[in-house]
Design a protein around this ligand. Structure first.
Ligand SMILES: Cc1cc2nc3c(=O)[nH]c(=O)nc-3n(C[C@H](O)[C@H](O)[C@H](O)COP(=O)(O)O)c2cc1C
Length: 334
């Protein structure tokens, strides 16, 4: 099975989901090297781009290690969304590494975003989704053939499950791919993602549909595809501290045996990840931001609680390396 949209062709349709505060350059690069075929940027405020915020465009960078990558924008005003998308499509923030798509966020459940009518609040205003997609597509089309994609939820709440309606409107307005997270906004990230609604979207539109929600194992990946008939999968929390999940899923899809990494291989990957974070953000901020990732890498290892406390008290790269290496040695002795 291969997935095609715009100029992008993915052998298996295996994507890393957008994860604000988590799936930055370093994590995307690590996931790519373990088999993620496609990544999506952290969500970026269209208004912040339009108002010339200094830091926001950094989120829209794309390095040569990450293509194909989509840039995801959020907002509720078609004019701001269109003008931010046009600048992103022109490569203003990513240079020669143009985005593979401009993705529109209709899923973020955070109060601050939703209270502005943005993110998953758009599930309550399907017509506005159509207006946004159409404005963004029109503006991008003037400068490039980069496709517009949309990421939606099942609906706002259990009484207003409308992913099919929103998906059809988005398709009609020109969206070329739709990713569906099978939870409502009120569920936030709890409960189970509903595969039934993902399948209903897949059955209702002609553009590729990507299934998202609760993919933690290769079995989950294979089952969500067979249950929904979708064209690809988007892995989110399952990849935290476990970029190896992509290797495992690819092995499953290719009918190969998967050999799980040893503890020292996990720790080597965690340290490589740390080095990418530091390369991008410098040692001081990098170490602080790496803490959550390091604790995810080690969470199932013996002594991890103690080590996590020690990592959280260490603010030098050498100190963190020494701690992680000690964990690897202790694990090997057992
Ligand atoms: C920390 C975190 C940050 C997220 N950031 C974004 C984001 O920027 N844009 C977006 O569309 N979804 C975002 N999501 C939602 C995920 O992409 C995904 O839809 C959700 O986690 C469901 O998949 P899962 O059950 O496999 O985790 C975020 C989720 C988490 C946990």
């Amino acid at each position: 099975m291969s997935l095609k949209f715009g100029n992008t062709i993915l052998k298996h349709g295996i994507m890393l989901a957008p994860l604000a505060g988590v799936a930055d350059y370093a994590f995307r690069r690590i996931c790519r090297s373990h088999g993620a075929e496609y990544t999506v940027s952290e969500m970026i405020s269209a208004k912040a781009i339009c108002y010339g915020d200094k830091k926001t465009p950094l989120l829209a960078r794309i390095t040569e290690h990450e293509t194909p990558e989509a840039i995801q924008i959020f907002g509720s005003e078609p004019s701001f969304m269109a003008s931010a998308a046009r600048r992103i499509a022109l490569g203003e923030f990513s240079g020669d590494n143009l985005p593979a798509a401009i993705d529109i966020n209709c899923g973020c459940p955070v109060h601050k975003i939703v209270s502005n009518g943005e993110g998953s609040a758009l599930m309550r205003t399907p017509e506005l989704v159509g207006d946004i997609v159409s404005a963004v597509r029109g503006a991008v089309r003037e400068v490039s053939d980069i496709p517009i994609t949309v990421k939606i939820r099942a609906g706002w709440d259990e009484n207003s499950i409308n992913a099919v309606t929103v998906a059809k409107i988005a398709e009609e307005a020109g969206a070329e791919l739709i990713a569906v997270h099978g939870r409502t906004r009120t569920q936030m990230y709890s409960g189970k993602a509903d595969r039934g609604i993902i399948k209903a979207v897949k059955d209702a539109v002609n553009v590729p549909v990507i299934a998202n929600g609760d993919i933690y194992t290769a079995d989950d990946a294979a089952n969500i595809l067979s249950d929904t008939g979708c064209d690809g999968i988007m892995v989110a929390r399952g990849a935290l501290g476990n970029p190896f999940l992509f290797d495992e899923i690819i092995a499953r899809f290719e009918g190969r045996e998967y050999v799980a990494p040893t503890i020292s291989e996990r720790i080597d990957t965690a340290l490589l990840h740390l080095s990418y974070i530091i390369e991008d953000k410098g040692e001081h901020i990098g170490i602080l931001q790496a803490r959550k990732h390091l604790s995810w890498y080690i969470k199932d290892m013996r002594g991890s609680a103690r080590l996590r406390d020690e990592v959280n008290r260490t603010d030098s790269l050498d100190g963190v390396k020494a701690l992680m290496e000690r964990l690897a040695e202790e694990a090997e002795e057992k």
